[in-house]
Design a protein around this ligand. Structure first.
Ligand code: ATR
Length: 485
């Protein structure tokens, strides 16, 4: 189930919030501490205004809420609000026998015993859950994993506490996000979402339902993801999840913020993860864990796609194919024979190897000439200083691989004086903005352009093929272009 935490300050606002999210949620939590004083007294009415079960909660400041009054008043307020037809009441773990609790029990309102840790994981995490469950209440544990190792502990809840059917477990913060999305894999009754995220790491109910379909995860769902740091704003879930649904594949793709690649491989085995994308800064760090790698991974020394195959982790690099695909016809027709590559970093490695493997003559220019030289020696290319880029005005193709020109520094141009001509093909790897300064100049000069955003989508489609064995559904490609900004 997906629970919407209502964040409005009036009853009316909360009803509208619920109505806007009606199609995504199964129950709601009314947070009395977020309501104006004047609305609090009317809160008992709320369950009669919505057609889903309601949890009532008055969260204290010490537990991340806004209620600042004395404890006695808080519990008295809760007791009076329980006149309403609530399905659940959230009472904190440390609150000893109260009148609110008695009233809830008398009325058959289920008690959720919540405990929060905004800094880490409590040492007695499993014990605490089973102790609460033994009393017949529903334990709720909202904790903060600070690493993948902590996340592994959290996911162990499922096996350690197999006997506890009813529990709510969630990890807050960036590292906790996978536990919110894969709540069913932890044996958690529901996950919390809100329209405007109010707790660290919360996502919207719409995303939870329509992007991840988190409520449809079952024991047969194949888990895929993207690892990186940071990774929460990755575009890839928006490529892969709709694709999975497009071919009726019971699978989910989610972001995993990863601090240690080594720990992630332990989590991956534990959750039976079927494959994952790899982004900055882990593209090299995954290599020692791979049982098999493809030729381009060996050449480039970096891997952006890992799939589980016959008990081996197999590494590929779809950036390579996403980059070179739109050029192959012209290279084969000898329309592109020479290229100038700007930059000599990780992205340039894939570009230079792809062009060299296809028989293109390449000159690498870079601010740090030694770095250009190093890559040039490896790939049998030429190199020069970035300052001399203008001398290579006769090449058929110019590829820009540095971060210069990317938001927020949109005025940046690594080759501001370069004399583009209309016979050239220009390929920009930066995808935000779509038209960088350099691309605007290339457009004005009449060059043919290839955009970073298209490369991103193409490499994602190759990943989809590696994950599923199927082509990306053609009818969904249109959506990917629309999602660009
Ligand atoms: P990536 O994996 O995105 O390629 P990287 O390996 O850090 O990232 O490489 C960054 C590239 O952008 C390098 O070629 C870098 O040039 P240096 O090797 O001289 O550092 C280039 N780069 C970054 N900022 C730059 C700038 N302001 N001007 C010119 N080149 C720049």
């Amino acid at each position: 189930m997906i629970c919407l935490v209502l964040t409005g300050s009036t009853i009316e606002e909360n009803v509208s919030q619920f109505e806007r999210n009606r199609e995504y949620v199964d129950l709601v939590e009314l947070r009395i501490d977020l309501l104006h004083e004047s609305s609090r007294v009317r809160a008992a009415l709320f369950p009669s205004l919505v057609d889903v079960p309601v949890i009532v909660t008055i969260r204290r400041q010490s537990d991340g809420g806004r209620y600042a009054g004395p404890e006695r008043s808080r519990l008295a307020l809760l007791e009076s609000i329980l006149d309403g037809d609530f399905a659940y009441v959230d009472i904190e773990y440390d609150v000893k026998r109260s009148i609110a609790e008695q009233k809830a029990r008398g009325k058959g309102i289920r008690i959720i015993r919540s405990t929060h840790d905004f800094n880490g994981l409590p040492d007695d995490i499993f014990h605490r859950i089973s102790k609460i469950a033994a009393k017949g209440d529903i334990p709720k544990l909202a904790v903060t994993p600070n690493s993948i190792i902590d996340l592994i502990t959290l996911f162990r809840v499922r096996t350690e506490l197999k006997g506890v059917d009813e529990k709510i477990v969630l990890g807050m913060g960036d590292f906790g996000l996978p536990s919110r999305i894969l709540y069913k894999r932890m044996g958690s009754l529901w996950t919390y979402c809100s329209e405007i995220p109010i707790a660290p790491g919360q996502i919207t109910a719409r995303q939870m339902k329509t992007l991840y379909h988190a409520d449809r995860v079952d024991d047969r769902t194949h888990i895929y993801g993207v690892i990186g740091n940071p990774v929460l704003h990755s575009f890839s879930p928006r490529i892969q999840n709709p694709g999975f649904r497009g071919i009726n594949f019971n699978a989910i793709y989610l972001p995993f913020p990863v601090d240690s690649v080594r720990s992630f491989f332990i989590l991956a085995e534990m959750l039976h993860i079927s494959g994952f994308s790899v982004t900055v800064p882990h593209k090299q760090a995954v290599l020692p864990y791979l049982g098999k790698i493809t030729r381009e991974v060996k050449q480039i020394g970096s891997c952006n796609t890992v799939v589980r195959s016959k008990n081996l982790w197999v590494g590929m690099n779809t950036d390579y194919y996403g980059f070179v695909e739109p050029l192959v016809t012209e290279i084969d027709a000898k329309k592109i024979q020479s290229a100038l590559v700007i930059g000599a970093g990780g992205a340039a490695r894939a570009v230079v190897w792809a062009l060299r493997n296809h028989g293109c003559k390449v000159t690498i220019v870079n601010r740090n000439v030694d770095r250009a030289k190093h890559l040039a020696m490896e790939t049998m290319a030429s190199y020069d200083s970035l300052d001399n880029a203008n001398e290579y005005y006769k090449v058929d193709l110019v590829v820009q691989t540095t971060s210069v020109g990317m938001v927020p520094d949109v005025d940046g141009d690594p080759i501001p004086e370069y004399p583009f001509n209309r016979n050239q093909v220009v390929y920009e790897l930066v995808y935000r903005p779509k038209y960088t300064r350099m691309m605007q100049r290339a457009l004005e000069a009449g060059c043919r352009l290839h955009f970073g955003i298209d490369m991103l989508v193409r490499q994602g489609k190759h990943q989809f093929e590696a994950f599923t064995g199927y082509h990306y559904p053609k009818r969904l490609e249109h959506n990917l272009e629309l999602e660009e900004d």
